[in-house]
Write a new protein. Structure first.
Length: 426
């Protein structure tokens, strides 16, 4: 039977991959303590859903049937979304074993569940008792040992982790619990985030936000909490990214501005990121505010392309070091580079140069507005890529998740173009 992903029977959750990526300071220092507190939080299930807009990704990546993609998994949603464009191959990596298991679960589910409705019940509703029966009958027999052990492992108060899919998956994980905590906090101040979902137009969305959630960020206690780095671990923000996100501003003001953008800059009826933030689930009644992989029109395409995915539990640089030269067309780094120092960035982009085909496109997001590569990469490396900062501004405006300050697109210059530019510069 074809497995849904590349697997390793010896994979272990505590591999140290996360520590090597995050720990940059002495454990006895304040920053070192915060880094270790973050890795402790991040070791478990974090993202039930990825928070990067796939429509912005797809516009930037320009996929076709020959595209070979390397991407970070996170919640696995965008892996599935990319498959709707029928690329040649999608190679997926993640430091977090829970994200590896979730992505492999989605691949096995699209291949082996009997129909679209059972697939939507599993990942759209994600709260039906029948999902467990379907898991045991259709998915588990085809799931790799590593992922099956994860989903059938024990979770406090819920029994097997697969039971998340009977209690609304999207309320679990570090992010799901963070959103739940925000809802509780809002209700303490007499506000209900769900009210935004009743808006009839964007003007009304803005009016509701300014009347309800906006004032909450002016409360002294909320402003105090927002400026504590551990309070934002639920968003997957490590200490280094916290500093980039905050800059010179008060973090409460930064978060308020980005939440307002999420609430008001896009029509609520099809912004599934807003539905997750304010409603803690998808639009299951009309199936309009759902990711493209959950729309019935893409179901058969997904099934046809599921075998094109392989999933690895490893680091970005470590994975690229294992790949042949000139073998990839697209790289999706999410916001991982916000975690990296200059040395790590140069090592990573050295591997991009080695593994990229001419014209390959690299996309990533940043908490702050600016690309970290301008001041971090060596001039020799940077000169091998084209980058248009103006494109970032336009892409950020289109990103419905509204979390990030920057969306960056780099393209690998072919040798002839690079040599011509070097001659002109000389």
């Amino acid at each position: 039977m074809t497995q849904p992903a590349a697997t390793n029977e010896n994979e272990k959750p505590d591999s140290g991959l996360l520590k090597s990526a995050v720990h940059k300071h002495n454990a006895l220092s304040k920053r070192g303590f915060l880094e270790r507190l973050f890795t402790l939080s991040f070791r478990g299930f974090v993202y039930p859903q990825i928070w990067e807009d796939p429509e912005v990704d797809l516009e930037a990546l320009k996929l076709d049937k020959t595209s070979r993609i390397m991407t970070i998994a996170s919640g696995g949603c965008n892996v599935m979304n990319y498959l709707t464009e029928s690329p040649e191959k999608v190679k997926v990596i993640d430091l977090n074993p829970a994200h590896v298991a979730l992505t492999r679960l989605k691949i096995a589910a699209i291949k082996h569940l009997p129909d679209y409705e059972s697939f939507f019940a599993f990942f759209g509703h994600a709260d039906e008792k029948g999902n467990i029966e379907n898991y045991d009958r259709y998915i588990a027999p085809h799931l790799d040992a590593f992922s099956r052990k994860y989903w059938e492992g024990w979770s406090p108060f819920r029994g097997r982790r697969i039971n998340y899919f009977t209690k609304n998956l999207y309320q679990f994980g570090l992010l799901g619990r963070f959103i739940s905590a925000v809802h509780i906090l809002a209700k303490i101040y007499g506000q209900d985030p769900r009210e935004i979902l009743t808006a009839k137009n964007q003007q009304e969305q803005g009016e509701i936000f300014d009347r309800t959630l906006g004032p909450v960020f002016e409360k002294k206690f909320v402003r105090f909490i927002c400026n504590m780095p551990p309070a934002l671990y639920g968003l997957g923000i490590p200490p280094s990214q916290f500093d980039n996100l905050k800059g010179a501003a008060d973090m409460a003001d930064v978060l308020k501005a980005r939440l307002r953008r999420l609430a008001t800059d896009f029509p609520i009826e099809d912004n599934y990121f807003a539905w997750q933030a304010f409603g803690r689930g998808y639009d299951c009644a009309y199936k309009k505010a759902v990711p493209r992989y959950l729309k019935e029109e893409h179901y058969e395409t997904l099934k046809a392309n599921a075998d094109k995915v392989e999933v690895h539990h490893t680091t970005i640089t470590g994975f690229l070091q294992s790949q042949p030269p000139a073998s990839l067309d697209c790289y999706v780094f999410l916001d991982a580079q916000d975690w990296m120092n200059d040395k790590a960035l140069n090592e990573l982009w050295g591997e991009v140069v080695r593994t990229a085909r001419p014209g390959a496109r690299i996309i990533f997001r940043t908490a702050g507005d600016d690309s970290p590569l301008t001041g971090a990469l060596s001039q020799d490396l940077l000169a091998q890529f084209d980058y248009d900062p103006a494109q970032s501004v336009e892409a950020v405006k289109k990103d419905r998740s509204s979390i990030y300050g920057g969306f960056h697109v780099y393209s690998f210059r072919n040798n002839a173009k690079a040599q011509s530019a070097d001659k002109k510069a000389a």
